[in-house]
Design a protein around this ligand. Sequence first.
Ligand code: F6P
Length: 522
Amino acid sequence: MNTTRCDQTPAWSALQTHFDASGRTFDVREAFAADPSRFGAFSQSAPHVFADLSKNRIDATTQTLLLDLARQSGLESHRDAMFAGDKINATEGRQVMHWLLRNPPLALMDKGRVAINNLSGELTAVHTTLDAMLAYAETLRLDASITDVVNIGIGGSDLGPQMAVLALDEFVLPGKRFHFVSNVDGHELASVLKKLTVENTLFLIASKTFTTIETMTNAHSAKAWFASQGGTDIARHFAALTTNVAAANAFGISTTFGFWDWVGGRYSVWSAIGLPLAIAIGAPGFRQFLAGAHDMDEHFRTAPLDQNLPVRLGLLDVWYRNFHGFTSRNVAPYHSAMKRYPAYLQQLEMESNGKRVDASGAALPFATSPVVWGEPGTNGQHAYFQMLHQGTDVVPVEFVAVKKPRHSLPGHHTLLLANVLAQAQALMLGKADAGGHKDFPGNHPSTFLLLEELTPATLGALIALQEHRVFVSGSLWGINSFDQWGVELGKVLAKDVEARLLSGNAAGLDASTAGLLAQLCA
Ligand code: F6P
């Protein structure tokens, strides 16, 4: 692998010169007036996703220089190293192979794909586990006595399956309810337990490590509740989804589905962690979800950089973060079922790229992950869109719209699409008003992602697209997008504080924490 941090390439300086000359004052409206073919030049079809990037602050020169930046940084070599199974997660000494989870079995693969041959053992293990997990999911779907499936997990062991089960609500088997318990706050588990009966419930304990304190605390409480209600058949009512099968067995769970350390938590919805989704939408639906993602993997792996959607999105992210200095990106899915899509993307991007040192440990002289935030449209319009249109910061927006609805209520979908188009239009065009209060400056950038329908396949492709665009910006920044050391310190301190809350001992604590401890222990 031959990579160079983006700021050490000639293209970086060329981009700075270009930004100073015309990028800073670039006006999308003028660009459209000057170039009627702009929509075609700045839109991109990818598997299951059409993207319009034309309302962004980029022109042909920006695009060319960003592509130079990608090439000079060694993006292709880094991407190929991931797809070859190299240990690109250097700080943890691991391969990065979530993409292998959606790869078809060897027998069905294009024989020209040489690299995969080195990974045939892993691919075989992936499909053995997948087949077993999907067979289990199908058994449960036929088992009418199991009405409630409770996923206990946090972070990647919660957000992926929760986001996907909610988003694919139209495909979910009637008669089964899905609950997601992640927070160590007992209110969450207690409120779910109130709705359950032992004989009708399946608990899925989802944890890559099987050590995460929130998940273990909730799992122990669920097991205690199960016993207190007369439950005895743990093998039938508990399953574990984990890389640490030994710990799950020690906990008392014999029904387990494994995965591997080369699957990052936030990239694990495609693994056994996806079991709630598989139960919800069935084995064929889950396979379509994987197939949609695989289509996007192949696009990312093989499309020329200038027609490669994850590459184009990732480069835009670098342009906005490092040259324009935009600090956040709003995500606005215009589909009410995509409720947890923004939260899912928050972990994906901010846990992956919220890093301040490069892969060698050297402090970075430029900014990395933006804040990613959002809500489904049209609700966001009646909350924070005021700030997007007239606030003092420029926040690029990434819309997602779906062409065909799956309901037949007249009028709604046209109105929904009218709103998403109008918001993108209003952000770009603005509206002059000398009075100030009613003035919309416009020239606010947005990207528009369009799906034909929201299905398992299109959702799979959309999520894989997001994974790869995060790879692209992380790769250019020279960071390790696949570790998450930043979550460790708080975990360690929480153990110490927990003991102090029980004992009331504030000795050696900072004065603020000691003051709060005294309030809580009084
Ligand atoms: O928050 C840190 C983290 O390690 C995430 O990366 C991960 O998704 C989450 O905790 C849950 O971890 P586990 O699946 O091991 O319980």
